[in-house]
Design a protein around this ligand. Sequence first.
Ligand code: NAD
Length: 441
Amino acid sequence: MRIAVVGTGYVGLVTGTCFAEVGIDVTCIDIDQQKIENLKKGILPIYEPGLEEMVLRNTQKERLSFSTDLATSIQGCDAAFIAVGTPPGEDGSADLKYVLAVARAIGQHMSDYLVVVTKSTVPVGTAQKVRQAIEEELAARSANLAFDVASNPEFLKEGAAIEDFLKPDRIVVGVASEKAEEVMQKLYKPFLMNGHPLIFMDIPSAEMTKYAANAMLATKISFMNDIANLCEIMGADVNMVRRGIGSDARIGNKFIYPGIGYGGSCFPKDVKALIRTANENGYQMRVLKSVEEVNEHQKSVLFNKIMNHFQGNLAGKTFAVWGLSFKPKTDDMREAPSLVIIKKLLEQGAQVKAYDPVAMKEAQHLLGDTIQYGKDEYEALIDADALLLVTEWPEFRSPNFTVAGKLMKEKVVFDGRNIYEAKDLAEKGFTYYGIGVKQPV
Ligand code: NAD
């Protein structure tokens, strides 16, 4: 089989590469010429564990190629996947201009039956708009070609994207014809070997499933953050509470970790977009509005603790920041909590020295020389008045706090992800602040 994947970002590149890995002939297309030139040379635009080797292997086997030329690349394809960005517009709704631009380009250049699959996260009704855009372009050139649209939302997690794509918990596909279902079934068959379900449904339900999934995950995070904040007020320890509730199979122990608020390129925008969709259709998403409100508050929680500790005077203080990406194992800094905290610290006249295992280049791009960068996590600690643990990279989990203490000016740790034990740090002479945990006495 042969496919085109349009949009070669986090989702498109992983999707295309994983389809190539199972033997499908894939062309990844992007309008960003530099990105495509680099990919042809084996230089990846993003960091994702295991992706580089897989791209090189499949490029060498000539199952995976890169192009800026959509017109040629979609010829002879069974399906074209749209995997471009859907950033929030000013009103919070998903901006569909990139998706519809691709749909129009497909309509202008397709020459045979094609399943046009939306993999980008898009509101209910988008497949209909994609269909209409293609029909208009076909009509404009008097081409009488059959095609189908399908919705195939992506559930991969950055940092574990390949594993998620190759061994998915489930694959959701919305279709409106048997022919499209057949093509999608054939394409995904190699991924179903271990009993992972391929769930076919109508297109609006598939479109909604992605938003419902992200909204539920964001809700879990905000719920636990709310509980953590109350734990702190009431003298309870959220780490204990989490273990206590997580052992209930109905609740489960995944995704109930408190922290400094969700970020990234998906949760904030998808929660906003779902609220907006409901609004436009005369319904209020009351739970999700609170989820957003809690998340906004949570982004300030660590900073407020810092202000309290230093009695509101951060001028001239130096903060070591461990972790810049919005979560571990990615270089993605879109809506990263680190950006919010660093901005607040700088506004108070503090200095920041940061270290991240892979996001330093992206951080330099976004923050330039407004902050300093450590060569490693220990160098970032030199003369710091406090350490802020912002992203829970595995390499930050068991640092040598005896060494750290000697490098720092003050032995203070603000742990935004609750990865350290308050008691252990207190024993080493550190003042420790976590989220929703008891201060050691
Ligand atoms: P991204 O910004 O990393 O990549 C988008 C790519 O599309 C860019 O390389 C851009 O140059 C390209 N592009 C834009 N217009 C184009 C056009 N007309 N023709 C060809 N290429 C074009 O975005 P992403 O993170 O991969 O997300 C893509 C979609 O997938 C979004 O809707 C997002 O919500 C969804 N999604 C993302 C994730 C994730 O973890 N990143 C997970 C699931 C779903």
